[in-house]
Design a protein around this ligand. Structure first.
Ligand SMILES: NC(=O)c1ccc[n+]([C@@H]2O[C@H](COP(=O)([O-])OP(=O)(O)OC[C@H]3O[C@@H](n4cnc5c(N)ncnc54)[C@H](OP(=O)(O)O)[C@@H]3O)[C@@H](O)[C@H]2O)c1
Length: 307
């Protein structure tokens, strides 16, 4: 199906979804729509105050919403482990995991508490670990899906396997592009491994096109040029709610293709209703995806099912 909007969102009663970075932007819009459709949504984020405000926003729109907030800072493996261990102990089968949290084009090289370059560490490393740790809950659900947030930026991305943490060189956009390409490679590799291992998980990716959220507002502002560029991009952005359509389609539409990638179908995939999106040749490199997978496993100590 193409041309998907929230008008196509089916009832989600009885489903359970975890969303990372759900306290604002596309994550919050995704949570709002899913909760409105009857899904039990666990919003996660790194700021409990924003979590409370996000729950208030959802309950104001949908008084019967089944929503909760839990702390999960994806830039910290100990935070990810703590959150995931708690969830696994609670034991509820997980129908949807949406790996949405992200930071973009940090002007200077920053490190996570685990010593990873902050864009790679936040956008990729934490989500890889989280997904592996939540596999028992996903596999216990009837028809589980994992959705990774990628970006148009992946098309210009390159994976620097021997310098994933940018110790040798750092450029804000190059590292953002790398992180988003990595998320798409991860999604496609997860589908291949799920198929070969019989894990039963449908793995998908989505991108919002250009959506007006805090992502661009927090982007590089160190020069007049950078501020002007952000202002111009903002002019072309669709709403955050529309930016959530590809994620929602990937997470819920009955006819998605396993290993599929979804994005806006309007002008150059920047806006409009959701449908299949273009996967760059760099993301179709299965050998590279397997190498990245192994690096991430070594970085995080993640253990995947045997079969
Ligand atoms: N907006 C676009 O046009 C666009 C385009 C392509 C891809 N994307 C992708 O879409 C996703 C959502 O971005 P957005 O546009 O909604 O940006 P946003 O408005 O900045 O929202 C990002 C969310 O991620 C959270 N987050 C950041 N670091 C985190 C961490 N360490 N742990 C947990 N949560 C964290 C933020 O929480 P805080 O408020 O606490 O920082 C916020 O809730 C990202 O993966 C982004 O790369 C967006």
């Amino acid at each position: 199906m193409t041309g998907w909007t929230t008008a196509d969102l089916l009832p989600q009663t009885g489903h359970y979804c975890v969303i990372t970075g759900a306290t604002g932007g596309i994550g919050l819009e995704t949570a709002l729509a899913l909760a409105g459709a009857g899904c039990m949504v666990l919003l996660t984020g790194r700021d409990p105050g924003k979590g409370v405000r996000a729950l208030t926003t959802i309950r104001a729109a949908h008084p019967d919403a089944q929503v909760a907030f839990a702390l999960c800072d994806v830039a910290s493996l100990s935070s990810v482990n703590r959150f995931a261990d708690g969830l696994v102990a609670a034991g509820r089968p997980l129908d949807m995991l949406i790996n949405n949290a992200g930071v973009m084009a940090l002007p200077r090289r920053e490190l996570t508490v685990d010593g990873h370059e902050a864009q790679f560490g936040t956008n990729v490393v934490g989500h890889y670990r989280l997904t592996a740790r939540l596999m028992p809950l996903l596999r216990a659900a009837a028809s589980p899906r994992v959705v990774q947030l990628a970006s148009l930026a992946h098309l210009r991305g390159r994976i620097v396997l021997d310098d994933l943490d940018a110790e040798q060189s750092y450029d804000p956009w190059t590292r953002y592009q790398q992180s988003k390409l990595a998320m798409l490679l991860f999604a496609l590799e997860l589908q291949r491994r799920s198929d070969s291992g019989g894990w039963g998980v449908t793995s998908l990716a989505a991108h919002p096109g250009l959506a007006s959220t805090n992502l661009f507002r927090r982007g590089p502002r160190e020069s007049l040029y950078a501020r002007l560029r952000t202002a111009v991009i903002d002019l072309f952005c669709q709403s955050g709610a529309a930016g959530a359509w590809p994620t929602l389609m990937a997470a819920t539409a009955p006819d998605v293709t396993p290993g599929g990638y979804y994005g806006p179908t309007g002008f150059m995939e920047t806006r409009g209703p959701a449908g299949p999106a273009r996967i760059g040749p760099n993301a179709r490199d299965a050998a590279l995806a397997a190498q990245l997978w192994d690096r991430l496993a070594a970085m995080t100590g993640a253990v995947w099912p045997e079969g």
